[in-house]
Design a protein around this ligand. Structure first.
Ligand code: 5U1
Length: 674
């Protein structure tokens, strides 16, 4: 490491270090130094460059912060046109695409394809000359795009200089600019906090951020890039296949997505589609399908193009997840904590293959902010198994008699008044769960839910009937149920009734954390319940704790402490807890603050489907032994537990040399360490 006094050598070293760390952070997803250290190196380089401005060059990491606003974007003609891609939606479309490719190539054997993701972002062309990023342009109409070089320079995952000593004289790298889901959520939170309009989806947010005349704004938005194509190339040999091109990009420091493969024929394509569809919801970015390309470039050339799209490529799109429909009514729903949620009742519409008739509007302020009225035409979105939501109205289709939503003064279920505390976004029914059947049903459903007492067979319809027939008022009543009472319910055969009783019996042996969570105390989610169980070790210790002792628990602040003390101080709740214990609910208690040691300090990542254990069960076992379960693999991961259809996490574990276990291996490890 050069000494600080040798500022020339030191600045060159700092630039290389900063580039290396940014690549580790943004591209490899494996940070190599803490943020504070990165910032210190950055500031040191800024200081040297301020003292010696003659050394500032465009590829310095300090030159990513954006510059003065442009009056307008310059137009850039693409040397090689940026084409579009044909879409397929059904299995037949894919089989037909493969057949056309095989016939076009006069091939006897199955065609080899590179399979990748169809990112929901914006296509872009990046030009590197002699290894240095010199220009970035949007796709535009395919022939001419807009010059967004200043904005693209702020994208930290993109190298300003390629990672090679022998760069091509010129290369046009093509790919997609996008915004990750988490960055999108953070951006919209910031927009809300600043009273500004939110973006409807990550794609709009990415587009709005990239097409900013003021690149200082782009610099504050987290944009990402994945490469998937090439335009002009001078001064280097073209790889033989698309897969090899992407591998080469990876070596040059250009981000390429790990979710890609090479497969043969239509069956291989459909397998890839199915595997990506299954993990789509867990991906950190949005995709709207997958893309298949004939892998060999010489075969791509033979197949050529039809109008503006290549014959060698096809986007296999997922069913649309947004649709347009009409709001027929806005009613309210009462949750287990009394929260009143406005719900749009919609003219039935198919969104991503599922018919949607209701969509949440979250709360009163949200209805006002989005200005949704009865009669409006709206865009509805469904993301995976999340409740559908109304994204926005279509102003030009608003009828003259569209009706504004008014929050009712009384609970539609129990008639108690609806109140909204000044500091809260949510209005609540003041009836409490004794008076309000909706709150009672919600609380009971929470109690039996999978992550709480996990009582299989006690679903919404059963709980509804049990509450409506006054068979059940509190969770303790579940354990008084007999075969006769259950068999009398609608759609309940004797066998199913017995299954429910067996599930109730099984649920009596539980964990303290699950029990605390099942009580449905406001602000006490699963992880808080785990912290409380670990900290206090026994329910009695928790029930006797005062505010100071509760505030000493990891991650618990005054709001949670207040809610917990309020709940535990209520004689009705103490009576409920006593009844549940008398019914036989039990768990292993431990010393306060006891942390089981077997897996202490060890981080596990679960991937794929395990043969016997559900994901939550495996997580619970690992956590009960003091281990942590993380969502992504890094060098710090101790073990990856892989089941069937394990995907990129398994590949990454292999690359990083992380120990890989199957289910039996995990159980053996637990046993050997117990
Ligand atoms: N992954 C990927 N997305 N995408 C979009 N590859 C890809 N290729 C495209 C487009 C429009 O077009 C080329 C096939 C020309």
């Amino acid at each position: 490491m050069p000494a600080a006094s040798d500022w020339q050598a030191r600045s060159a070293w700092l630039r290389a270090e900063l580039d290396r760390h940014a690549h580790a952070y943004y591209v490899l997803d494996n940070p190599s130094i803490p943020d504070a250290e990165y910032d210190a190196l950055f500031r040191e380089l800024q200081a040297i460059e301020a003292a010696h401005p003659e050394i500032i060059s465009p590829e310095s990491p300090t030159q990513r912060v954006g510059g003065a606003p442009l009056p307008q974007f310059a137009q850039i003609a693409h040397d090689v046109p940026m084409l579009s891609i044909n879409n397929g939606f059904s299995e037949e479309d894919i089989v037909a695409f493969d057949r056309r490719a095989q016939e076009g190539l006069h091939s006897e054997s199955a065609v080899e394809y590179a399979c990748e993701l169809k990112f929901d972002g914006l296509a872009i062309n990046l030009r590197y000359e002699n290894g240095v990023l010199t220009q970035a342009a949007t796709r535009g109409d395919g022939s001419t795009g807009e010059d967004v070089t200043l904005n693209i320079r702020t994208v930290r995952s993109l190298p300003l200089k390629l990672h090679t000593t022998t760069p091509p004289a010129l290369i046009d790298i093509r790919g997609e600019v996008l915004m990750f889901k988490a960055d999108f959520a953070r951006l919209n939170q910031r927009q809300r906090d600043a009273g500004q309009k939110e973006f409807a989806n990550p794609r709009n947010a990415a587009a709005g951020s990239l097409r900013q005349l003021d690149s200082r704004i782009t610099a504050q938005r987290s944009l990402r890039f994945f490469a998937y194509g090439i335009g002009k190339l001078d001064g280097a040999a073209m790889p033989a296949t698309h897969a090899a091109l992407l591998d080469w990009y990876g070596k040059l420091g250009i981000p390429v997505c790990a979710e890609r493969t090479v497969s043969q024929g239509a069956p291989g394509l459909l397998d890839f589609y199915a595997s990506i569809a299954a993990k789509r919801i867990d991906l950190p970015y949005e995709i709207d399908g997958v893309v298949y390309k004939v892998n060999q470039f010489d075969q791509q050339r033979i197949l050529g193009f039809v109008s503006r799209a290549p014959r060698f490529a096809l986007a296999h799109k997922f069913p649309a997840e947004e649709a347009i429909t009409v709001v027929q009514d806005i009613t309210v729903q009462v949750g287990r904590t009394g929260a009143i949620t406005p719900v749009a009742r919609l003219a039935p519409v198919s969104v991503g293959g599922v018919t949607v008739t209701n969509a949440t509007l979250h709360n009163e302020d949200e209805v006002r902010r989005k200005d949704i009225r009865v009669g409006d035409t709206v865009i509805v979105r469904r993301a995976g198994d999340v409740i559908p939501e109304v994204v926005a109205n279509v102003p030009e289709r608003r009828p003259a008699d569209a009706q504004e939503f008014l929050m009712p003064a009384h609970c539609p279920v129990c008639g108690s008044s609806i109140v909204r505390l000044e500091e809260e976004a949510i209005a609540r029914c003041s009836g409490g769960w004794i008076k309000c059947a909706a709150q009672r049903k919600g609380g009971l459903l929470h109690f039996v839910s999978r992550r709480a007492m996990d009582i299989e067979g006690l679903g919404e319809q059963l709980v509804e009937q049990l509450v409506d027939r006054h068979v059940i008022t509190t969770p303790a009543d579940f354990y008084k149920l007999g075969l006769t009472a259950l068999s009398e319910l609608e759609r309940m055969a004797q066998k199913s009734a017995q299954n429910v009783l067996d599930a109730l019996e099984k649920s009596k042996s539980t964990t303290l954390a699950r029990f605390i969570y099942a009580l449905g105390i406001r602000h006490v989610g699963e992880s808080t319940a785990k912290e409380l169980a670990r900290h206090f070790g026994s329910l009695d210790a928790l029930m006797e704790a005062n505010e100071e002792q509760i505030l000493a628990v990891n991650d618990i602040g005054p709001v949670v402490a207040h809610s917990l003390l309020g709940f535990l101080g209520d004689p009705l709740n103490r009576e409920l807890i006593a009844q549940l214990r008398a019914a036989g609910l039990h768990w292993q208690e431990s010393e306060p603050g006891h942390k089981p040691q077997a897996f202490a300090g060890k981080t596990f990542v679960l991937t794929g489907t395990l043969p016997k254990l559900k994901r939550e069960e495996a997580t619970e076992m690992i956590e009960a032994a003091g281990g942590k379960v993380a969502g992504s693999v890094s060098k710090k991961t101790s073990y990856v537990v892989a089941g069937e259809d394990a995907g990129s996490k398994l590949v990454k574990a292999q690359e990083l040399g992380v120990t890989i276990l199957d289910e039996a291996g995990l159980l053996n490890l637990l046993e050997s360490q117990a």
